[in-house]
Ligand binder design. Structure first.
Ligand SMILES: Nc1ncnc2c1ncn2[C@@H]1O[C@H](COP(=O)(O)OP(=O)(O)O)[C@@H](O)[C@H]1O
Ligand SMILES: [Mg+2]
Length: 276
């Protein structure tokens, strides 16, 4: 299923430079298991996408392709105008900011918060130089402030709450000034207050016209930050629907995606869903 818009309308010769992500007939298989099945998707510069689907739907696999962390088994993936498989993934990665639970658990516990953020600019986990450039530390300080983490710069990562850790990881993902920000279940494991705090910060980021294009993976419609514009619904590796959030988040689409009869509501720019 194609995304509506000029790129899709002229899909014969797509201008890949305007597209942040483009997937054409993308399939990922591991042995007999099909993780993604013929996915077509495009993300434009000013768009903020939510990828929604149940556990095991293939969301993380989709995000890892967009993060240039893996190759498809079949089909073509372009990220930031580069074709995966034709470009050294190592060159592409600094242009992409990624947060995931997998990254969070790889941060050394005794790492100081400012180093967790600043080391992203050097593509490493864990401090490896005695000194970082002043410009980099300034940038890290500014990002920590932006995420409400001023005053935490000298704290050890292991002493932070789950919500504070998530905010540090997002600051880290933004450190390289990426052209694409990928967030894999950023609100997982947070309590209600922590979730709401994160949703409003992600909303501020989404509404900032200077912020990068972003893709946020979740399985809860309640976690969609206002300012996110598009949605892609995944079930068993297949796209159920993709397009503008309000067009895509229908009772029928959510029911098909999650396999239970769901009703979705929108109130004050937030979504909620419950069993019908
Ligand atoms: N290396 C692998 N080999 C076989 N199956 C895998 C592998 N990696 C992931 N899977 C399976 O692929 C499906 C999709 O995984 P994933 O993309 O992580 O889903 P999601 O993030 O939506 O929960 C899951 O059922 C998972 O168990
Ligand atoms: Mg996942």
């Amino acid at each position: 299923m194609s995304t509506p818009g000029p790129a899709a309308a002229h899909s014969v010769t797509p201008d890949l430079t305007d597209l942040v992500i483009r997937m054409d007939g993308v399939t990922v298989r591991r042995g007999p298991t099909v993780l993604l099945d013929s996915v077509d998707w495009s993300v434009e510069l000013d768009e903020r996408w939510v990828v929604l689907g149940p556990n095991g739907a293939g969301k993380t696999t989709l995000l890892r392709l967009a993060a240039a962390e893996m190759h498809p088994t079949a089909g073509v993936v372009h990220v930031l105008g580069e074709r995966i498989g034709r470009v050294a993934l190592f060159d592409l990665r600094p242009r992409i900011g990624l947060t995931s639970a997998n990254l969070g658990i790889r941060i050394p516990g005794d790492e100081v918060v400012s180093d967790v953020v600043v080391s992203a600019g050097y593509g490493v986990l864990g401090r490896w130089r005695e000194r970082y450039d002043a410009m980099d530390t300034d940038r890290a300080t500014q990002l920590l402030e932006q995420l409400g983490m001023e005053g935490f710069a000298e704290r050890e990562y292991r002493t932070l709450s789950e919500g504070e850790r998530k905010r540090v990881l997002i600051a880290r993902a933004l450190m390289t000034d990426p052209e694409l920000l990928l967030l894999d279940e950023p609100a997982a494991g947070l309590d209600l207050g922590g979730r709401e705090d994160l949703v409003s910060r992600l909303s501020a980021l989404a509404l900032d016209p200077d912020a990068p294009a972003s893709v946020l993976v979740t399985h809860h419609v309640e976690e969609i930050p206002p300012g996110y514009t598009h949605g892609l619904l995944l079930r068993e590796g297949r796209v159920v629907a993709a397009g503008l959030l309000d067009d895509v988040l229908t009772d029928a689409n959510l029911t098909e995606t999650f396999g239970v009869p769901l009703s979705v509501q929108r109130r004050r720019r937030r979504y909620s869903a419950y069993l019908r």
